[in-house]
Design a protein around this ligand. Structure first.
Ligand code: BG6
Ligand code: MG
Length: 219
C-alpha cells in the first residue's frame, strides 16, 4: 500500500525566517569579545545545534577553559544579543514562499508541525503571526537530545498524531537534515546542495516547494 503524506514538519531558523543570520551575529559578537576566531564558514556547523552545543563548538578554538557556570553566563549573553536583534521581527520577515506553502497545506488538510531546538522559537513564530497555522509546536525546553538526533522530529510526529512515514521534514541545516533522515522521514533541504547532501531534495527556498510535486515524488 502507498504511504500517505499527513504532516509537514518545519524547522524555523533559516527556513521560515532569516533568524539564522541573527544567531550568527550573536555568536560572532560573543566570539569577538572572547578573541576567538569565528566566521560564516565555522557558523555553518552551528546551524541547527542547540545553544550550549553551539557555544561548546565555538570554545573548541579557545585557549581558555570555562566552567559550566561561566558557559551558562556566556549562553545568556549571546541570547540577550539575539533577543535584541529579533525584537523588530514582524510578518514582513517571513521568507519568500512561506505564506503560500502554509495556505496550501491547510487547504489539503495536511498537518503542520514545528521542530526547532530554539528556546526562542515560540516568540519568533508569534512575531511572524503564523502561530495559528501550527497543529503542534515541539517544546525545545523538553528536548533532551538536539539535532542531529531525531528526537525533536519524532516528538513532533507524535504530537501531531501521525506516523513517521507519513511526515516530510524541511530544514536548512546539515544537522537538521540528518535528524529528519534518522527519524525516517522524507527530508527537504533549503539552501546549498553541497551542504545538504543527505536531503531527498534540495530547494533554493520555499518558493520552489510544490506540495503536489512532493506527494507525487515521495508519497
Ligand atoms: C536553532 C538554530 O534553530 O536554534 C541555532 O539553527 C541556534 O543556530 C539554536 O543556536 C538554539 O537557539 P536558541 O534560541 O535556543 O538559542
Ligand atoms: Mg535552521
Amino acid at each position: 500500500m502507498r504511504k500517505k503524506l499527513k504532516a509537514v514538519i518545519f524547522d524555523l531558523d533559516g527556513v521560515l525566517t532569516d533568524t539564522a543570520s541573527y544567531h550568527y551575529k550573536g555568536w560572532k559578537r560573543l566570539a569577538d569579545e572572547l578573541n576567538i576566531p569565528f566566521d560564516e564558514k565555522a557558523n555553518e556547523n552551528l546551524k541547527g545545534i542547540d545553544r550550549m552545543g553551539s557555544l561548546n563548538k565555538i570554545l573548541e578554538s579557545s585557549k581558555c577553559i570555562y566552567s559550566y557556570e561561566e558557559k551558562l553566563a556566556l549562553c545568556d549573553k549571546k541570547n540577550r544579543y539575539y533577543q535584541e536583534y529579533i525584537k523588530g521581527i514582524t510578518e514582513k520577515d517571513l521568507l519568500i514562499g512561506v505564506n503560500k506553502v502554509l495556505i496550501d497545506l491547510k487547504e489539503k488538510e495536511i498537518k503542520i508541525g514545528l521542530a526547532s531546538v530554539s528556546k526562542n522559537a515560540f516568540s519568533v513564530v508569534e512575531k511572524l503571526m503564523i502561530v495559528d497555522y501550527f497543529d503542534y509546536i515541539a517544546d525545545a525546553n523538553k528536548i533532551l537530545k538536539g539535532k542531529p538526533d531525531p528526537e525533536i522530529f519524532m516528538t513532533c510526529a507524535e504530537g501531531l498524531g501521525v506516523k513517521i512515514e507519513e511526515c516530510l521534514g524541511i530544514e536548512d541545516a546539515a544537522a537538521g537534515v540528518t535528524a529528519i533522515k534518522r527519524a525516517g522521514m522524507i527530508a527537504v533541504g533549503i539552501g546549498n546542495k553541497g551542504i545538504l547532501q543527505e536531503a531527498d531534495v534540495v530547494l533554493e527556498s520555499l518558493e520552489a516547494f510544490d506540495i503536489n510535486e512532493m506527494i507525487e515524488r515521495f508519497f
